[in-house]
Design a protein around this ligand. Structure first.
Ligand SMILES: [Zn+2]
Length: 179
């Protein structure tokens, strides 16, 4: 249309070169990817105990150590995500194999989730939503590590195709497995 966009009043020769803002913005995005609001911006007393799952916070991380009697209670980031219904990752399983072998798949899911949760207390399966015909199951997780771990365990055990869409901003990691 040839219309001139008015220049912001602040854009005078003394302002920083706008071109230099691009790398800074990228950096900001990368930092944003690391800066999980459920893990940072929170200062917990040490030791403290999660009232929902009984995990213990000590020396800067959550573990399954027995709660210290009388320790203050703070909800852990995994339980907070579950309460807020904000999964960090989602794995969709679809295809005829899912309905034909649902029992086997479920057994592997249970085994794998117990293993991941034991090693990484904040990495958990939130729920499995399955359609009536068992053609598609959607698993949600409190962490991306659990999402990847479960996807790889299913792929390793049953073959099929795995596809991951890398998250932008605060959207969850989405992985799709088909067979
Ligand atoms: Zn908890």
């Amino acid at each position: 249309m040839g219309r001139q966009t008015p220049q912001p009043a602040s854009q005078n020769p003394a302002s920083p070169n706008p071109a230099s803002q691009h790398p800074a913005r990228r950096e900001g995005l990368e930092e944003g990817h690391q800066a999980d609001p459920y893990r940072l911006n929170r200062k917990f007393d040490q030791p403290s105990t999660c009232p929902d799952c009984q995990a213990s916070y000590h020396q800067g991380h959550w573990s399954w150590q027995l709660p210290v009697p009388g320790a203050p209670q703070h909800r852990c980031p995994a339980c907070q995500r579950i309460r807020d219904r904000v999964p960090a990752g989602e794995l969709t399983l679809s295809g005829a194999f899912v309905s034909e072998h649902y029992g086997e798949i479920l057994g592997l899911i249970e085994h794998t989730e117990a293993h991941i949760r034991q090693e990484h207390p904040l990495e958990r399966l939130i729920e499995i939503a399955i359609d009536d015909n068992h053609h598609q199951a959607v698993l949600t997780f409190t962490g991306t590590h659990a999402t990847h771990g479960m996807s790889e365990a299913i792929h390793h055990a049953f073959g099929g195709e795995l596809e991951a869409a890398y998250p932008e901003g605060s959207t969850p990691l989405r992985v799709h497995w088909r067979r």
